[in-house]
Design a protein around this ligand. Structure first.
Ligand code: GLC
Length: 525
């Protein structure tokens, strides 16, 4: 088997720093808090943590609006706290991946303050400024992902600036080489410090149409039914031809260092050729792991997953590693989307498919979305267009003590009411808990080359079941997932031994097995 890097075999765990662990009792998480929970992560068995943004930020979009790329947001700690976290993580063989937000800065970033100060400021061209149309309206019809126009008029200089997201998040102009160099220096700052890689935010949106042409109407859009931000197809504002060259330049910066990983957030798509188009080639590499969000988008049924996984495996370029994402800080939690019994099936699938698994904090204990009334929304997307991401960003549930062991004070978002039973401490002691399912599956994946690096092939299965084989070094693992709440009988290609069931109560051998409702099993053939 070819020599592979940790991120090809391993598992990445996403931490939303504001909600993971509060070490100083201010109700929001911080870096010392994360360090204090590394032993837990080590026990869980993951290989890397990705931290959502930790750089200084006015928090208009909770850190996705950066005002300084080379420091730490003070409520999270400082560079010493960061170095401590990095060192402690590395001691436990846990790699640390940061979140880079290069498409836009905060409107408080000194670059933008300079840029907006006058039309002839040397940094004017670092952002995207245009004159109003003759009637005073914005330069084109592009819409912000967070509602309203993607342009805001700066009264003082009489021009509009582009912001794909909030007005507090002006887009940088990557047609300007100085912008690239400034961002590359920011990346080097962290890679030199020992950071193992970056997850790069909206990486496919960094290049815009140079003519800033109007986007065409989306023919499927229905007023009143659909999210108004989807009224136009983003033909000219994302995934423009020049993006691949720019990504290759970013990648070259990563490759100045040994064994660093570049993960990229690209458009949410179930089209394998779109996802796979971002790997580049051996001679001109691009993203190591372009996110595969298909599991978040596909209807939860076996046929859809089989069809996607087959097409994805067939489309991946030679030598490339796939990945699967079940949840993140932008999406409804998996337990809420498909229910907890099926979330266990999803866990078995995530941890046995071919591709690096991404786990969103709390998924491993079955945390679900938390009801939060609109008047308490913190997320600008919730405030502006009613689709709040606060529900999936609530504090991690550690134990049955006030504030779930996350903090000692009122927390920035409410703690889920189910925390007395849904928490790490209780579940560690319960042999059939979601946490012990994750823990056992992670351990199995880690010690089984067929699972972390083997081939993938799906097999014919009864309706409602997704069955596949993973194989390496002549060891064959069969995974049978029952996506339904009815019993299903599977005939194995030969005699096999059940290694684990999602119900954590079954060890048996045979050539036929009956899956109970909502059950998945891993069988060694
Ligand atoms: C990405 C992030 C999201 C953020 C947006 C703007 O989609 O995941 O949380 O709001 O980019 O930076």
């Amino acid at each position: 088997m070819a020599q592979t890097s940790w991120w090809q075999r391993g598992i990445v765990y996403q931490i939303y720093p504001r909600s993971f662990m509060d070490s100083n009792g201010d109700g929001i998480g911080d870096l010392r808090g994360i360090s204090a929970r590394l032993d837990y992560l080590h026990w869980l068995g993951i290989d890397g943590i990705w931290l959502s943004p930790i750089f200084p930020s006015p928090m208009a979009d909770f850190g996705y609006d950066v005002s300084n790329y080379t420091d730490i947001y003070p409520p999270f700690g400082n560079l010493d706290d960061f170095d401590h976290l990095l060192e402690e993580a590395h001691k436990r063989d846990i790699r640390v991946i940061l979140d880079l937000v290069p498409n836009h800065t905060s409107n408080h970033h000194p670059w933008f303050l300079d840029s907006r100060s006058s039309r002839d400021n040397p940094k004017r061209d670092w952002y995207i400024w245009r004159d109003p149309q003759p009637d005073g309206s914005p330069p084109n019809n592009w819409l912000s992902y967070f509602g309203g126009a993607a342009w805001t008029l700066d009264e003082k200089t009489g021009q509009y600036y582009l912001h794909s997201f909030l007005p507090e998040q002006p887009d940088l102009n990557y047609h300007n080489p100085e912008v690239k160099q400034a961002m590359f220096d920011g990346i080097r700052f962290w890679l030199k410090r020992g950071v193992d890689g970056f997850r790069v935010d909206v990486i496919d949106r960094m290049i815009k149409d140079e003519l800033l042409r109007d986007n065409p109407l989306n023919p499927d859009y229905v007023e009143g039914r659909d999210n108004p931000t989807g009224k136009y197809l983003r033909l000219y504002s994302e995934n423009r031809p020049g993006i691949h060259e720019l990504i290759r330049e970013f990648r070259a910066v990563f490759d100045e260092f040994k064994d660093r990983v570049m993960i990229g957030e690209i458009a949410y798509s179930t089209d394998p050729s779109l996802i796979c188009g971002f790997y580049g080639t051996e001679q001109a590499p691009e993203i190591n792991l372009p996110f595969n969000f298909a599991p978040l988008m596909l209807p939860w049924n076996a046929a859809a997953f089989r069809q996607f996984a087959d097409a994805y495996a067939a489309t991946l370029p030679a030598g490339a590693t796939g990945n699967y994402v079940l949840g993140n800080h932008d999406q409804t939690r998996v337990g809420t989307r498909i229910g907890l019994p099926q979330a266990r099936v999803a866990a078995l699938m995530l941890l046995t498919l071919a591709g690096t698994p991404f786990i969103y904090y709390g998924e491993e204990i079955g945390m679900c979305d938390v009801a939060i009334p609109p008047h308490l929304y913190q997320d600008p997307q919730g405030i502006n267009i009613g689709i709040s991401r606060d529900h999936q960003r609530t504090p991690m549930q550690w134990e049955n003590t006030p504030y779930a062991g996350f903090s000692t004070a009122e927390t920035w978002l409410p703690v889920a009411p189910d925390y007395p039973v849904v928490n790490v401490a209780v579940q560690r002691g319960d042999p059939t808990s979601m946490l012990n399912l994750y823990h056992t599956l992670i351990e199995l994946r880690r010690v089984t080359p067929a699972l972390h690096s083997g081939t993938y092939q799906s097999l014919a299965a009864p309706e409602g079941c997704f069955v596949y084989l993973r194989e390496a070094d002549l060891r064959q693992m069969l995974v049978a997932l029952n996506f339904t709440n009815e019993e299903k009988t599977i005939t194995l290609p030969r005699y096999g031994k059940v290694l684990i069931s999602t119900h954590l109560d079954r060890v048996e051998t045979g050539t036929q097995l009956t899956l109970r409702p909502d059950e998945g099993v891993l069988v060694e053939l």
